[in-house]
Design a protein around this ligand. Sequence first.
Ligand code: PRX
Length: 651
Amino acid sequence: MAKDIEALLKEKRIFEPPAELVENSNIKKWMNEHDIKDYDELLERAKDIEWFWEEVSKEVIEWYTPYKKILDWTPPYAKWFVGAKCNIAHNALDRHVKTWRKNKVAYIWEGEPGEVRKLTYNDLYIGVNKFANALKSIGIGKGDRVMIYLPMIPELPMAMLACAKVGAIHSVVFSGFSAIALRDRINDAEAKAIITCDSFYRRGKTVPLKKQTDEALEGAPTVEVAITFKRTGEDVPWSEGRDHWWHDVIEDQPPTCETEVMDSEDLLFILYTSGTTGKPKGIQHVHGGYALGVAHTLKWVFDIKEEDVYWCAADIGWVTGHSYIVYGPLILGATSVMYEGSPDYPDIGRLWSMVERYGVNVFYTSPTAVRMFMRFGEKYPAKYDLSSIRLLGSVGEPINPEAWMWYWKYIGREHCPIMDTWWQTETGAHVISPLPITTLKPGSVTRPLPGYTADIYGTDGKPVAAGAGGRLVLTTPWPAMMRGLYKDPKRYVETYWSEYPDTYLAGDIARKDENGYFWIQGRFDDVLNVSGHRIGSAEVESALVSHPKVAEAAVIGKPHEIKGESITAFVVLSAGIEPDDELRAEIREHVAKEMGKIARPGEVWFVGDVPKTRSGKIMRRVIKAKVTGEPVGDISTLANPEAVEGLGKAK
Ligand code: PRX
């Protein structure tokens, strides 16, 4: 990490976007229509956030009933487009099938074994309607929580949209998460139903999702119904009465379904994300403002045109997929690529082969993926024709300049600008990002988008000077912002709004350079960023101590060449237990089972004690400094300073 920050500080290269791209960009067109001469003037005008968001909403959102007020801001709670009636499913589907887009392809889907399904807007519309009718027939309606535990198959967006259509609140759980992680989320959401599949393909093997679902449901009493989509045809455990096949429940359903009229502020989904304590946070998003935020940013940042083929190669189980595979592209009526499997199957050229075959114009991935491609070398992308690509995107963690340059050179062929988009599950949509008209600096997310006010504050609550590091904050509300945490208003206020008055604290550290460009340096709280995904240190620690031989555990993120951070665990064994490699392997597997493979520690070290404050809080920062060789700093508040030395003797 220290090396990266140093590199960022030295980064002086700049890249101008191609003139033709700028000229034809959606944002340029919009500025021309609004008589705005350049980006600085736009940023200035957009300081009137109500003017800006209303103006851009006219292009992308249709309301059933107009709003009475654009914004009601009673910090820390915002309501946008107050009084409007709408439904995101209307914007994403219903209205398109009344136009020529009816038979436009919405998704080009490829399964890992190679089969292809192309779904038009009408196919999706009918699929969603039938499934929405099925949900209604089993008693799911407005406000009910429905868990969705599905891999990257078209039924995942279908299930989400069907929930939206009937007014139910969906909560998607990443298919890489374990039964236990799923169970915790179901119980927090008190879900009435769950939607899953038999199994799916990943790296040539199958993942038994229904079996994992059943394990989760053993301790999830609120779930009355489980619907299973048949993806592979493998045998599954079955519970008569509770379980239904997807194909059975839709069989006799009509192809139309009335879309529930929702308030713009009604909940659309809950998505769980990691925080600093063990319990994941249920981030809430709504039908109105969220729809605007995702569609507008996709239109401007990725410059989506009617004829484009767009590919966000994330997983829908994370917010990137919610916003930029499902809702954003569908609201814009775009054609997207969707892929079920692993990017290195059957070899590391899989994605590039798909770019060539589908003529992808805009491609969005994560730094961790770029670093993986880098490791295998440019010979893989070189085998394919990537000339259709016009724009590239990055998200999830800071992209180090070396990876940026590789992406620029070997995927973008030195002419595709890279949109390094900073945002969060909480922000719903892009916040700080370049646009196709922006001068780029590798490793910088450039400047806040119009309609947002981001800054970097010091501990005194004042903006820091250019070049100095501080905490990233947002000082005005925005339409796609989270609407609190599910059932936990106290934690919402404490986590995001208590550091500075009426100011959103993002949890990242950043600096601004002399041109006002933002450079994100990572998280300042105890949230790990593994392969672009947030994992709470405390959640991994609680998985570790649930192993019968582990008494105590501390987890930190260690800089990792490909993953960004890899999980390193320091474990104190129960009395009388001797450490050995077998136990080490067992503990790693235990975490994978408890939380999913993504959380499996890369390293497990046995220690006599972990450094703690007198109040018993694990001092992860001290451990991290010790591991990365940074100065450990003041340890006078520690209850057991000798534990710091002990880390060096870890086995
Ligand atoms: O630390 C930042 C990092 O990812 C965090 C948000 O994680 P999550 O809610 O899981 O959403 C990920 C996808 C939006 C942020 O607090 N992050 C996200 N994008 C970037 C980033 N760090 C640096 N540069 C980015 N472009």
